[in-house]
Design a binder for this molecule. Structure first.
Ligand code: HPA
Length: 274
């Protein structure tokens, strides 16, 4: 562990602690197009990422960055508006600096959201997928380098990265509010290009249901520190090689925004059960 990284994480954590009286145990990462959850939040504190020492700031316009403390149905949570990605040029350690810093602040559970493309032929644009496992095809890992033993083990277990207890709770909640929910495997790629037909064929053959450019680094860092993770992907494009259509960022955003009321209802339903 490069000393400088550990110091950066600790300085970020100290700054957050100085601004937030009591750190809620649950943090939600709002992925592409899912900002709408904020309309259900009574904001108590909002800190722009650029004010937090060493926090990476997104270079992508669709991801405005700030750390929000707010209440949803009287439950206080942390929300990360936007995240940074490997494709922006940040390394995996910087991508996960917010997870590390908030881990030091006492966050115990992460609710991660993202936009994804679907290779599973039963999935459709606008569907929600509860992640049950992942494949890291990024070629990068936030745990590379000397291990910080105080944070977690050298060889963290990944037999249950997306807590099976939280998943069964989420399935039950989805059932109660009649929200259809797939459960699938996410493969993470660096991007930023979308995949070729041949790549979608390969990723499907490898056992993935959906593909995206985020989330896995955060999961690895969170699990390393012993935090719990639950993750939801919104399908924004159908990646069936024989019927592949060109897709724009606008279409991805539109699909994510269209699905967001469903995901918001589901998240509001699971939060009290976390
Ligand atoms: N590929 C990779 N990442 C994505 C996609 C995709 O098709 N859609 C949304 N994020």
């Amino acid at each position: 562990m490069a000393l400088v990284y550990k110091t950066r994480v600790e300085e970020a954590a100290a700054y957050i602690r100085s601004k937030v009286q009591s750190i809620p145990p649950t943090a939600i990462v709002l992925g592409t197009g899912l900002d709408a959850l904020l309309s259900s939040v009574t904001i108590l504190t909002e800190i722009p990422f650029q004010d937090i020492p060493h926090f990476p700031v997104s270079t992508v316009q669709s991801h405005r960055g700030s750390l929000v403390v707010g209440t949803i149905d009287s439950q206080t949570v942390l929300l990360l508006r936007g995240r940074v990605h490997l494709y922006e040029g940040y390394d995996a350690k910087m991508v996960t600096l917010p997870v590390r810093a908030l881990g030091l602040c006492g966050v115990q559970t992460w609710v991660l959201t993202n936009a994804c493309g679907a290779m599973n032929p039963e999935y459709r644009s606008g569907d929600i997928v509860l992640l049950k496992d992942h494949i890291n095809m990024m070629g990068h890992n936030p745990l590379e380098g000397p291990n910080e033993d105080a944070w977690g083990p050298r060889f963290p277990d990944m037999s249950d990265p997306y807590s099976s207890n939280l998943r069964s709770m989420a399935r039950q909640a989805a059932n109660e509010v009649s929200i259809p929910l797939h459960e699938g495997v996410y493969v993470a790629v660096v991007g930023p290009n979308l995949e070729t037909r041949a790549e979608y064929t390969m990723l499907r053959l490898l056992g993935a249901d959906v593909v995206g450019m985020s989330t896995v680094p955060e999961v690895l860092a969170a699990r390393h520190m012993g935090m719990n993770v639950i993750a939801f992907s919104v399908v924004t494009d159908e990646c069936f090689p024989d019927e592949l259509k060109a897709i724009s960022l606008e279409e991805v955003l539109r699909a994510a925004e269209k699905a967001s009321p469903k995901l918001i209802r589901l998240i509001k339903c699971i939060l009290p059960r976390l």
